[in-house]
Each structure stands twice: as C-alpha cells, then as structure tokens.
Design a protein around this ligand. Structure first.
Ligand code: GLN
Length: 544
C-alpha cells in the first residue's frame, strides 16, 4: 500500500495563536499546487463532540453536511479549502475513549489490560488513517488542539510520534506554531517561550520540522537564526506569521516566504498544477483579499444575540458577511448588541444607526424579548433584516404578537404560552440525551416561486445545514400566511417552515437553516449576499 502523508500542526506557548488558520493556510498552499488535501482537528477535551459545549467556552459549534457538531476550526478548513468535511474530521478525547470503551465492553480486547498505550493511541491512529483513506486525499493536515504541555494532549502527541515511525520521515511533517511575544517597553521580539515549548515537544519525542512564528511584526533574520539554533530547525523552515488585517491574508503571507514549495519538497510532492485547487486559484484569492482590505464604503450591521460579547460564538455568520461584503466591495462594520441590553433600553435607541439588523442563532429564554423588539423595529422601520434559526422563530413570534394580536411565544421560552407558534419538532418529544440529538446537518428545502429566497438561490430545491429542536408550529401556519407572513421555503420531507419573508419591505428574510455554514470566499451564501446587497444599494447605490 502506498504510504499516507500527514502534516501535523501543534501549538506552543498559549492557545489562540492561530493554529487553525495556519493549518488551513498550509492546505491552501498545497491545494493551489494541485495537491488534494483533507483536514482534521484533534481536540483533547473529553466531550464526545462540540455540540454540548457553551459557545462562550470554545466559540461556535460548526455543523458539517453530515450533521456533525464540530470545532469551529473545521469551518476555517472548509472555507479556505472549499471542501466539505465529514463529522469524522473532528476527533476528540471523548470520542476516542468512547470507541475504546465500547470495544472493551463488546469483548474485543478480551484478556488484555486496556491502556492508554497502546489501545487509546492506536484508536487515535486508526481514526486518522480512516479519514485519510476515505477522503482519498494525498495529504492530510492534522491540527492538534490545545497547547504542547497540556496533560490531556499527551496521547495525541504520542500518536503523531508513532505515525512518524510508521509512515516514515518523508511522509510526515511536524509544524509547530508558536507565539513570539513582543516586549511592550523595548519593542523586542522574544523567542524564549518558543524555545521552551520546542523543548517540551522534544521531551515527548517530537522534533519539529517547521516553525511558524506568530508575532505582531514580521520577524527578521536574527530572530530566525536564534530560533533555528535553539530549536534545531533549519532557518529556511522558519516562517513568520505576523498580524494581518484579514485571516485570508495568511496563505499569501506564508506563500511569499516560500512555505508551499518547502512543504512540497519535504513531502516529496510534485506540483501537478501551478494554480489549481478546488476551483480556487491563488489569483482570485488575492483579489478576494484585496476586496476585504481595500474597500471603504461602510455598511453598518447590528448583530443582536446573547453572546454578543464573544464574537467567536458566531464565527461562520461573520465570515459569511465578510465573503458577501467582499463580493460587492463594501466594508462591513459589525456592531454587537447584547439582546438583553435592548430590554433595558429600547430597540429604537440601541439600533438607531443600523443600516441592517441580524438576529442571531441561539438557545434559551434569556434576551429573547430584546431580539423580538429588534425584529419588530427592523420590520416596522423597513430596515434590511436577516434572522437565522432562533432569529426566524422569534420573527414568527413577533409577527404573531404584533400583527395577529396573539399572546404568543415559543415553548422554548415559555412552556405554558397560550399560543405556541414555535414548538418542539414532533420527533424531539421522546429525546432525552442532549448530545447529537437535534435536527442536524443538511436537508433538502423547496423554495417558493416569486420569493426573495428563490431569486437569491436561483433554484427550486436547495440543501442547507440545520441545528435546531424547535420549529414553526404547523397549526399556526395558515393564520400567519393569511395575515401576510410569507412562508417561502419548506423542507422537502415533512413540509417544515424553512424561511419566512415579508412583502413591502426592502429586505426581510429569516431562515430556519444556517446558510452561513456553506458560505465560501468565492461563493458567498445567497441569503447573506442578498442581505448585504440590499443594505449597500440603499446606502451607497452599490449594485452587486
Ligand atoms: N433554540 C432554537 C431551537 O432549538 C434555535 C436553535 C438555533 O438557533 N440554532 O430550535
């Protein structure tokens, strides 16, 4: 069997140094040379998947086509590489142990003492190889979550150490992304923390082959020489990832230093195409980046949600707005509004300067009245509006209250509401476990002729990703329709409400599905693009 090729990306000094973006960028560089790549994230936490975690802890839960609730880095990989990943591309400690323990209970290890080495580590290696084989990619980029030195990351580092032995030096590459802090007072870039984290890696038996030095400014030769000396990494394998305006610039920054060809050479890959990839060329990537960084016509979008203080909770939504804005060359200025804060002032006060309003996805009662007032304000004042998932459900509540005059709510917020216009999906009634039990992943949706949504997608049947337990109650659909709320998309199976619109409004669209998960740099999500276009044309006369 042909050997498998892996690039392992570890992180040094602290978390949030941008390992995910560097991993995605390396993939992008290989892809642009015609290499077929796939990406995997290993997360050391014990949750089986990211679905049960509060977005305040790890940011958004990214939903894959096949309904996996995964780490947000998978979203970066999908967007940079323009590929769809499977739920299996996110390997957590919880999943690894679950598989091992299930096997132990079945008796598959009969007679053996089940241990971290070899059994847990073997399971990690099995999952990595399985991903690479089923994706049919030539190279798999594996990001090891957490920071080198964490106790819980040890089995993952042991697995990559063993894979080097098994697949060979020429087929494996260890990339260490590490922070080089700058001293405020002297402006000096310090390498010591990175020296320590390389030592920690070596102690475990992993000698990095490449260092990506994450710093405020580009690093000079002297710093590279010092890093090279202390870490035994050749100077030509030390790359600088400095602060840039947009994450999408990172592949360009690394490419300018020759990282793509270095990695190709080191893994014995030959460029089959000087500028290929899954439809994305570096040339068009470059113009996409210059559209992001070079536009000055602002559109100010007010983002109403419960996690407004932590924007990673809505990462894909933000990226979909970035893609859409770049497409029509405007600059999105996002203003984050805590929905609860609106309850203490008023929507008119909080949203006064909004060119457009989004009501974001979410769970639970807190802040819902604020979201409902924001929706009402945008509807009545004819300000472009986009609601996603919970945002759509609450738009229906708002309409039922204001236009139908009902004392209405979602049963998620008020289980005893006299008019449950939004209620549990029928199949959710018997669900007890919280993990992986929502209506998840891609489903077919039919759009209605003459609607905004049909115009934006240009097709009758679309596929979008979902993550919800509640839906618009079918018992109210007739009344809502009669009073002018247009149901403009329904699921192919079960005829569930998937989108609502209001006529006589510049742009009022809300969807049950999450179109942001499929937005890509070169092909922005249609609802987001339509929303940003409607704002831009009202404000600047910009037509996309
Ligand atoms: N809380 C709502 C539900 O479960 C909406 C979920 C969401 O916005 N993702 O249906």
């Amino acid at each position: 069997m042909e050997s498998l090729k892996f690039i392992f990306v570890t992180g040094g000094v602290m978390s949030s140094v941008g390992k995910g973006i560097v991993s995605a960028s390396i993939g992008k560089l290989l892809q642009s040379a015609g290499v077929n790549v796939y990406s995997v994230k290993m997360d050391p936490y014990v949750n089986v998947d990211a679905g049960t975690m509060n977005p305040f802890q790890h940011g958004e839960v990214f939903v894959t086509e096949d309904g996996g609730e995964t780490d947000l880095d998978l979203g970066h990989y999908e967007r940079f590489l323009n590929i769809n990943l499977s739920r299996e591309a996110n390997i957590t400690t919880g999943l690894v142990y679950k598989n091992v323990i299930e096997r132990e209970r079945r008796g598959d290890y009969l007679g053996q003492t089940v241990q971290i080495i070899p059994h847990v580590v073997d399971e990690i290696k099995r999952l990595l190889r399985k991903n690479l084989v089923s994706s049919k990619a030539e190279v798999q980029i594996v990001e090891v979550g957490g920071t080198v030195g964490d106790i819980e990351g040890l089995p993952f580092l042991e697995a990559i150490r063993q894979l080097r032995m098994e697949e060979g030096y020429g087929n494996t590459l260890f990339v260490h992304v590490s922070l080089l802090p700058t001293l405020e007072v002297t402006g000096e870039i310090k390498t010591k923390p990175t020296q320590h984290s390389v030592q920690e890696l070596r102690r475990i038996g992993v000698q990095p082959d490449v260092i990506v030095a994450r710093s405020r400014e580009p690093i000079g030769d002297q710093v590279k020489e010092k890093l090279s000396l202390f870490s035994s990494v050749p100077k030509e394998a030390i790359f600088s990832s400095y602060n840039v305006k947009s994450i999408y610039e990172v592949p360009l920054v690394l490419e300018a230093q020759g990282m793509g060809s270095y990695v190709m050479r080191r893994l014995g890959l030959s460029a089959t195409n000087s500028d290929a990839g899954a439809g994305d060329h570096m040339g068009s990537w470059r113009s996409f980046v210059s559209n992001i960084t070079g536009c000055d016509k602002e559109v100010s979008i007010y983002m109403v949600g419960k996690y407004a203080t932590f924007q990673d909770a809505y990462l894909s939504v933000v990226e979909a707005l970035v893609h859409s804005s770049a497409h029509i060359r405007v600059k999105p200025r996002l203003r984050w509004v805590e929905s609860e804060a609106i309850e203490h002032t008023s929507a008119a006060e909080a949203l006064r300067e909004a060119d457009g309003v989004m009501v974001l996805p979410g769970f639970g009662k807190r802040g819902t009245e604020g979201k409902i007032s924001a929706t009402e304000w945008a509807r009545v004042n004819r300000v472009p509006f986009l609601g996603i998932c919970f945002g759509m459900q609450l738009a229906v509540v708002e309409y039922a209250r204001s236009v139908l005059g009902l004392d209405a709510n979602s049963t998620e917020n008020d289980p005893g509401t006299p008019n449950p216009v939004v209620d549990l999906l029928p199949e959710q009634g018997s669900v007890v476990d919280k993990g992986g039990t929502m209506r998840l992943g891609s489903y077919e949706v039919e759009t209605v002729e003459g609607s905004i949504i049909r115009r934006l997608y240009g097709s009758t049947v679309i596929r979008e990703r979902h993550r919800h337990r509640y839906e618009v109650n079918p018992a109210y659909v007739g009344r809502l329709r009669e009073r002018g709320l247009n149901i403009t998309a329904v699921s192919r199976v079960g005829a569930r409400v998937e989108a609502v619109e209001i006529r006589d409004h510049p742009f009022f669209l809300a969807t049950q599905f999450h179109p942001e998960f499929k937005s890509r740099p070169m092909s922005p999500s249609p609802p987001y693009l339509g929303f940003v276009k409607s704002i831009a044309s009202a404000k600047h006369g910009v037509e996309g």
